[in-house]
Design a protein around this ligand. Structure first.
Ligand SMILES: Nc1nc2c(c(=O)[nH]1)N[C@H]1C(S)=C(S)[C@@H](COP(=O)(O)O)O[C@H]1N2
Ligand SMILES: [Mo]
Length: 352
């Protein structure tokens, strides 16, 4: 088989996960792409929604191997290593613990500027901390290894995992996790890229020295903290992303540019609120403030919109950058293996 044919076949696999794992940063081929934001946002009296949930059909899947097939009756979560009292939990134990819902945006560290390896969901689960207190983490423990049933592993410092925000989750948008997204249980470690959040979680092991995980051994950031960054997702009624960043608008007609153009997107930071979104329609020469919502959790993406009122036809380069309490997004990526924080350039042609 020719390489092109092979790629085509891989891209057509239903879950897209083989494609995604063989070709880092590769986009799942879009079905019909609906606008992400409602054009009602164009009405002056409208407001940005509080949450924007990524439909399951569009939520990226990134798995280094095929997903394991897990029988819920056999599934166990084992706490081992440098702990005083090793513990084994069944799925019933997880459901019997206090439950909470959180909105959290998951993004792959391999997501290029403006890419689609990002999605937002409401997750349901229980905090990990009480279980760790129950097992008694020994003072000499330095890190935890988080083990997936597919033999995936990643590590984090003890203090990072022993935060009250760290959750064991079994539902995504009020439905059990699908097999591709980690059924029956995954861990959420807020502030970090997806690689630190194992799916099909089966083991939490305290270790007394440091170790690198699967992707970290291949040079990806060992801290994998999410930088301050913004992504343009829509120009008028057209979705935009890294592989679809040219938009042409006519002067007249229903979706013309004559009455102004809606630009909308999302922004994310590791742990602090997004304080400003700035939009440039001239390739970065000047910047204007966009309007944003203020999610209760800094781990859910911030939504923003900007009304552009161009006066003359022509070609424009559109950029959006995010500012948080700690950082301002830069134009170029410093090191893509730390996660992309670069800015995608959107080319907009306004016809006369
Ligand atoms: N067990 C396991 N967990 C995993 C992975 C994996 O391959 N195996 N991939 C990680 C990576 S790199 C990312 S970006 C997220 C993706 O989560 P999603 O597939 O639910 O979007 O899962 C993470 N958790
Ligand atoms: Mo990832």
């Amino acid at each position: 088989m020719k390489r092109r044919q092979l790629l085509k076949q891989l891209l057509q696999t239903s879950s897209g996960l083989i494609a995604a794992s063989l070709l880092p940063g590769c986009q799942l081929l879009a079905q019909k792409v609906e606008p992400l934001f409602s054009l009602d946002l164009f009405q002056p009296d409208s407001r940005l929604p509080d949450h924007l949930i990524t439909p399951l059909s569009e939520f990226y899947v990134q798995s280094y191997a095929l997903p394991p097939n897990i029988n819920i009756e056999d599934w166990q979560l084992k706490f081992t290593g440098a702990v005083t009292q090793p513990l084994t939990l069944t799925f019933k134990d997880i459901l019997a613990a206090p439950q909470q819902n959180v909105y959290l945006t998951m993004e792959c560290i391999g997501n290029p500027a403006g890419g689609n390896l990002i999605g937002n969901a409401e997750w349901t689960g229980t905090p990990l901390l009480p279980f760790l207190e129950q097992v008694g983490v020994k003072p000499e423990a330095m890190q935890f290894i988080l083990h997936g049933a597919d033999s995936y592993e990643t590590t984090l410092p003890v203090a990072e995992v022993m935060r009250p925000q760290v959750l064991l989750v079994h539902q995504m948008n009020s439905a059990p996790l699908t097999q591709a997204h980690g059924y029956p249980l995954r861990i959420l470690i807020p502030g970090h890229f997806g690689q630190k959040q194992p799916k099909w979680l089966v083991g939490i092991e305290a270790i007394t020295k440091s170790k690198r995980g699967f992707w970290e051994r291949q040079g990806w950031s060992n801290t994998a903290e999410i930088p301050t960054h913004s992504l343009v997702r829509q120009v008028q009624n057209t979705r935009v992303w890294n592989r679809h960043n040219h938009v042409s608008l006519s002067h007249d007609g229903e979706m013309s540019w004559g009455d102004g153009i809606l630009i909308a997107g999302v922004a994310l930071d590791k742990s602090s609120p997004i304080t400003a979104i700035q939009v440039s329609t001239n390739g970065g020469k000047t910047w204007e403030p966009a309007e944003q919502n203020s999610p209760a959790s800094p781990h859910e993406w911030t939504l923003w919109r900007y009304r552009w009122k161009p006066q003359v036809a022509g070609k424009y380069t559109l950029l959006a950058r995010a500012v948080s309490l700690t950082e301002q997004q830069q134009l170029e990526d410093k090191n893509y293996k730390d996660g992309s924080a670069g800015i995608l350039q959107i080319q907009v042609t306004l016809e006369a």
